[in-house]
Design a protein around this ligand. Structure first.
Ligand SMILES: Nc1nc2c(ncn2[C@@H]2O[C@H](COP(=O)(O)OP(=O)(O)OP(=O)(O)O)[C@@H](O)[C@H]2O)c(=O)[nH]1
Ligand SMILES: [Mg+2]
Length: 271
């Protein structure tokens, strides 16, 4: 049989303190895509998320755990998860949050879009039919504003470039160099969208309903918002002004990153 992106899908779920969500989430994902493998990338959650996943993985060989020691952000968790999935032969990878903001029942539609020729299928809140009743007015404004800014700066033909529910062809993310991507927070979503788009591949958006997290607490922080803004600004200027070449962009990102880290540390010690 001809190999299509949906032949061997791996669903990658990053977790930090999601013990009340992860069991039901694994069940819901496997009910939606029984042929998939599910890889949970846990960053040393103190609440026992990893142990809960390990218990399921002992009964079901489709479920795997990648236990990282420290919480170093969504970007790194996905990079490491994608490397494992690719080394195990995945033809596609799906990103989904553990907290039920994304409905696993929509995964087959994302995979079908890959089989129809997209390199990246985004579960989008901001295309016709998409909804986000789970976002407060403030979060919605931040998300929409951030998306408009990213699309403008980077020339992305996408309404929801920050969305964390999506599917990629693995040959494409390998080719465009996801391994050297650098965002730690949800800027990672924008960064990969940009790499795929700049390489000329097709991106489609499938409308989804984004709901409030079911249990647990949000890991959103000012630091990851600032990181995404800094990255979009530098990459956007680099697109327009050749003087800001890749090497200079890297140097500037490192320097500003250090400033943001110091600011975040000061902020947390003062409060
Ligand atoms: N491995 C890992 N997972 C993370 C990290 N930060 C967040 N996550 C997971 O990434 C997913 C998205 O994080 P959320 O806290 O839900 O972020 P959010 O959706 O922007 O915030 P809410 O809407 O308030 O839930 C969840 O499954 C988190 O557990 C991290 O540093 N490492
Ligand atoms: Mg969430």
């Amino acid at each position: 049989m001809e190999e299509v992106p949906s032949s061997r899908p791996w669903v990658v779920i990053p977790t930090y303190n999601e013990v009340d969500n992860i069991g039901p989430m694994l069940g819901a994902v496997l009910a939606a895509v029984p042929e998939a493998h599910v890889l949970v990338v846990d960053d040393g959650s103190p609440d026992g998320t990893a142990a809960a996943v390990r218990a399921v993985s002992e009964r079901d060989e489709r479920v795997r755990l990648l236990a990282r020691e420290q919480k170093t952000g969504l970007g790194g968790a996905y990079r490491d998860g994608f490397k494992v999935a690719i080394s195990e032969g995945a033809t596609s990878v799906v990103e989904i949050d553990a907290d039920f903001s994304h409905d696993p029942a929509a995964i087959p539609a994302l995979l079908a879009a890959l089989d129809d020729g997209a390199a990246l299928a985004i579960g989008s809140r901001y295309v016709l039919g998409g909804r986000s009743p789970g976002l407060s007015r403030e979060r919605l404004a931040l998300s929409r504003g951030g998306n408009l800014y990213a699309a403008f700066m980077l020339g992305l033909p996408v309404r929801d470039a920050t969305a964390g529910f999506r599917a990629y062809r693995t040959d494409v993310i390998h080719e465009v160099g996801f391994r050297s991507s650098r965002a730690d927070g949800y800027g990672f979503q924008v960064e990969l969208t940009r790499l795929v788009n700049d390489a000329g591949y097709r991106i489609v958006e499938i409308p989804i309903t984004f709901r409030d997290r079911r249990a647990g607490t949000s890991k959103m922080s000012a630091k990851i918002v600032v990181e995404a803004m800094v990255l979009c600004t530098i990459w956007g200027i680099g697109r327009r002004f050749p003087w800001l070449n890749e090497q200079r962009q890297e140097a500037l990102i490192d320097r500003l990153g250090a400033v943001v880290d110091r600011g975040a540390r000061l902020w947390s010690t003062r409060r």
